[in-house]
Ligand binder design. Structure first.
Ligand SMILES: NC(=O)c1ccc[n+]([C@@H]2O[C@H](COP(=O)([O-])OP(=O)(O)OC[C@H]3O[C@@H](n4cnc5c(N)ncnc54)[C@H](OP(=O)(O)O)[C@@H]3O)[C@@H](O)[C@H]2O)c1
Length: 149
């Protein structure tokens, strides 16, 4: 049984990835920072062959990442693949009006989030980042085409 954890999986690419891995029979930890959205997304995948489990996970919070790591550890299934999917775009203003501080929120989620997750002793041999989802999915034999929500 292959087990994956996907951060930011309550919608978008993360949710679609959770759906496809569960369709393959993988056990999927659906990470979401908001419990209500995470539980709803997990319920939407209840009929998949693989088991989908919600885990609260805010990648900007050491406490949240630690708690999620403990939850996975207690479940005892290990972790084969960590998909660092959670990300934000930022304020979306044009370059001329972008201030250095505008980047801080993006760095917090997009850069430090994966660093935080990667430092936990999960031992996942496969790690996939936001910009490498397609390559990563192909390496695991998953057809990613035509699935943009
Ligand atoms: N879409 C593209 O064309 C594209 C291209 C290149 C790279 N990417 C990257 O691929 C990833 C997914 O993109 P997407 O289009 O599916 O984005 P999306 O629809 O905006 O989904 C982003 C997910 O990340 C979650 N998230 C945000 N901040 C978080 C935090 N602090 N802790 C945990 N989860 C957090 C969001 O949760 P909430 O619902 O609670 O906000 C949401 O579930 C992102 O990292 C993005 O930068 C996307």
């Amino acid at each position: 049984m292959t087990t994956a954890l996907i951060t930011g999986a309550n919608k978008g690419l993360g949710f679609q990835t959770a759906s496809e891995l569960a369709e393959l029979g993988w056990t999927v930890w659906l990470g979401a920072r908001n419990e209500q959205r995470g539980v709803a997304a997990t319920a939407a995948l209840a009929d998949k062959p693989g088991q989908v489990r919600f885990v609260q996970l805010d990648v900007t919070s050491d406490e949240s990442v630690d708690a999620a790591a403990t939850t996975l550890e207690d479940a005892g299934d290990g972790l084969d693949v960590l998909i660092n999917n959670a990300g934000i775009i930022g304020p979306g203003v044009d370059v001329a009006h972008t201030q250095p501080t505008d980047f801080l929120a993006c760095f917090g989620v997009n850069l430090l989030g994966p660093v935080r997750g990667d430092q936990r002793p999960h031992g996942a041999p496969g790690q996939i980042g936001p910009s490498t989802n397609r390559d990563g999915l192909e390496r695991h034999g998953i057809d990613h085409r035509d699935h943009r929500p």
